[in-house]
Structures are given as C-alpha cells and as structure tokens.
Design a protein. Structure first.
Length: 327
C-alpha cells in the first residue's frame, strides 16, 4: 500500500459529507470513490467533492480496486452488513458509531475482519480528539486524584418524524444508540466495562427510547451517570470528578476542543486544542497511521471496547423491553 490512503465512502448522506470534509484536512488521504443505492445521488455527491468514481451500489464501491479503505456511513441497522461486505472485498473499514446494533453483530464484524486480515475500527471520533487524549493523560498522571465519576448528558429536540432515522424502530432509532453511546463509550474508556448496569427509559409512540438515564458501576467506587433524550434539550456537558478535583468538558462535550481542570485552592486551568475537520480528521489520521504500521486494531478504540459497549447497550435495552423489529 502506498503512503497515500485511497478512501471510499459507503453512503452519501450527512455523515458521509462530514467525513469527506474531514478528509480534506487529513494528511495522506485521497477520497477516490463514493457509493450510494442511487446512481444520481452518488454522482451528485461525487461532483460536489470532485470524487473520481461514483457507484450506484454499495457492492460496486466495495469491489472498486482503487479503494484501500472504506468509511461505512449507513444507518445503524446496516453497519454489520456493509462492513462485512467491504471486508470480504479486501477493504479496510472505519465504521460509523455505534459499531453495530447489538453485540452479536459486532462479533460477526470482528470475526470477518480477522478472517480477511484487514483493519476494522469503530468511528467513535470522540476518543481521538486532542482534548480527550490530553484529558486521559491528565487523569493517568493523577491530576484530580482517584477518578470516581463521569457525568454526561446529551439531549436534543429534533422535529418528530416517525419514519426518520431517529424515531424509526426499523432503523434502530432512539436516544440510546445515537446519543447515549457517547457517554457509555467514554465511561468504558476511562473505567473499563461495568460490573453492574442499570437504567430507565421512556419509550415513545414508535417504540424507541426517547428519554433515558443510565448508571454504570465500574467497581472500586467508579461510576458513569448519563442522560440522553430526543425530547429534552440539555446543557450537553460532561464532568469527570476525582478525589482531588474535576475536569469539565463544555458543550458539545463529545466534540470538545477544550476542557477546564479545577482543583481545590487553585485557579481553574483551561486547556484549549485545535479541532480539525469537526473532530473527524484526528480519527481519520489515526486510522491511516495504523494502516501505515500494518496494524489491524486500534489501541484507542479496540475491538473489545466496541463489543463491551454494545453488550452494555444490549443489557440496558433488555431492562427497558426495547427490541427492534428485525432482531
């Protein structure tokens, strides 16, 4: 593989557009193809971003010999299908979060990556932000003592659309997989998989969770408290508390370009960072760095974490009686 990574986009929606813009700032990246179920849509997207190849099917994109790596940007329900399609065609895959709808799908994706000897990573871009990398370094150095608590909220008020992605049970809609996954993933990153999982949710008229609260007990006095909603606008902040201070991530915490460190008896310290490509560029460059090194898994977003997070989400959904029609 050359030093330039040739990317293909699987799907041509809003997330694909965000990633296309991020690649423009990523060193060593070349966007060479886009695939859609609609040829006109693919062509229009390609024209906007000067992409050489526009494919009218995902299978054509996966088979394109000019593509090294694919960004899977389809809705949740198709992540497993589309990721495995690309892996079986010899492509490396960066898959939009959540990694899959459930842990069973995640296991099949990971097995396919290992069978194909290809790099597979969940696109949990928050973990790759300079602010979050630095935050984790501060915590490891004992900046706030023993870390005990992560509190995070993510509440928005989109227009209700029963057929839209956020509210449609057939598309694995709801607040948990789209919004709550950020806090759950960060809790796993900071504390490891929880030993106890509990929560409560309100299911709306379409059968998906519109509001929910989560408590994860990671052991040794460490907790994640999260709230996510499609009906209530929240401050969308996160705070990590320890025995000797706290670190606060401002809105939007999952894409923060700064954090404030506060310790008793000292002035608050604000640390600011440059966020490139709406935050996605850092993840793309990390992925390409792994490819350059011949790696097949990320230490920052390992397969085990993607699987553990989905097992946590599976447990919460069982508690809530939330099962998608296709499961």
């Amino acid at each position: 593989m050359s030093s330039t990574i040739r990317w293909g986009l699987l799907a041509a929606g809003g997330i694909a557009e965000t990633f296309a813009l991020a690649l423009q700032e990523a060193e060593g990246a070349e966007l060479v193809a886009v695939g859609s179920r609609d040829q006109v849509r693919a062509t229009n997207f390609a024209d906007r971003f000067a992409i050489p190849h526009a494919h009218g099917s995902y299978a054509e994109l996966a088979a394109d010999p000019d593509v090294d790596a694919v960004y899977v940007a389809t809705p949740h329900t198709f992540h497993a299908r589309d990721t495995i399609l690309c892996l079986e065609q010899g492509k490396h895959v960066l898959c939009e979060k959540p990694f899959a709808v459930n842990s069973e799908e995640a296991r099949r994706m990971i097995a396919a990556a290992r069978s194909a000897d290809r790099l597979l990573m969940e696109a949990m871009w928050t973990r790759f932000l300079p602010s979050v990398i630095s935050l984790r370094e501060q915590l490891a150095a004992g900046a706030i003592g023993e870390v005990r608590l992560l509190q995070a909220d993510f509440g928005i008020q989109p227009p209700f659309d029963a057929e839209g992605r956020l509210f449609n049970a057939e598309l694995a809609g709801g607040a948990l997989l789209d919004l709550g996954v950020y806090a759950v993933s960060l809790g796993h990153a900071l504390f490891g998989a929880p030993s106890k999982i509990s929560g409560s949710a309100r299911l709306g008229e379409t059968g998906v969770d519109e509001d929910g609260a989560i408590v994860l007990d990671h052991g040794q006095g460490r907790f994640t408290l999260a709230y996510q909603s499609l009906r209530v606008a929240t401050p969308r902040e996160a705070v990590i508390r320890g025995t000797a201070g706290e670190i606060r991530l401002p809105e939007p915490w999952w894409g923060a370009s700064a954090f404030t460190l506060t310790r008793p008896g000292a002035e608050p310290e604000t640390h600011s960072f440059r966020r490139r490509g709406r935050g996605y560029t850092h993840m793309a460059e990390a992925f390409m760095g792994l490819l350059a090194d011949g790696q097949r898994e990320s230490a920052i977003m390992p397969h085990a974490d993607s699987l553990d997070v989905l097992q946590t989400l599976d447990t919460l959904r069982r508690q809530w009686g939330l099962r998608y029609p296709f499961e």
